[in-house]
Design a protein around this ligand. Structure first.
Ligand SMILES: [Fe+2]
Ligand SMILES: [Fe+2]
Length: 148
């Protein structure tokens, strides 16, 4: 990937992560279960760290972070409606899992293509692992709720 392609990809992640900050914060305010609410709030905070670390990389490459608009809605279409608490916490968490899995597969793809940029390479790995941990918690909570 050349620098312009890397910056374009970083802007895509910047927008996705920003969307996730807002989504998880909105969900944390709607979910009644205090523990799930606190996890979503914490996840939102971690997504904000991703926003900030990606923005720093874009700036370091001489560009300005650019919001590309709503990344999530086009990915999910009507299923995006499940992302509010209106349909219950299990569909909400399942939608979040799909979103995290999309982020993970795109981070993995980016890692394979990024080339000799050790700082960016480490950062993409760190963000990927955070998404994996989010996915694992969401999944175990879904399994717990579905076994009741
Ligand atoms: Fe993230
Ligand atoms: Fe995440």
């Amino acid at each position: 990937m050349n620098t312009d392609e890397i910056i374009a990809k970083l802007n895509w992640f910047y927008s996705l992560e920003l969307n996730q900050v807002d989504l998880y914060m909105a969900q944390s305010k709607k979910v009644e279960d205090i523990y799930i609410s606190k996890v979503l709030e914490r996840a939102s905070y971690i997504e904000q760290q991703h926003v900030d670390n990606i923005a720093a990389q874009i700036q370091k490459k001489g560009s300005t972070p650019t919001v590309l608009g709503d990344i999530i809605a086009p990915l999910f279409g009507k299923a995006g409606g499940n992302m509010t608490a209106a349909f219950g916490v299990v569909p909400l968490l399942k939608a979040d899992i799909l979103l995290e899995q999309k982020a993970m597969s795109d981070y993995k793809d980016f890692i394979l293509k990024v080339g000799h940029d050790n700082e960016l390479f480490s950062l993409l790995w760190a963000n990927l692992i955070d998404e994996d941990l989010h996915t694992a918690w969401f999944l175990s909570k879904v399994q717990e709720l579905e076994s009741k």
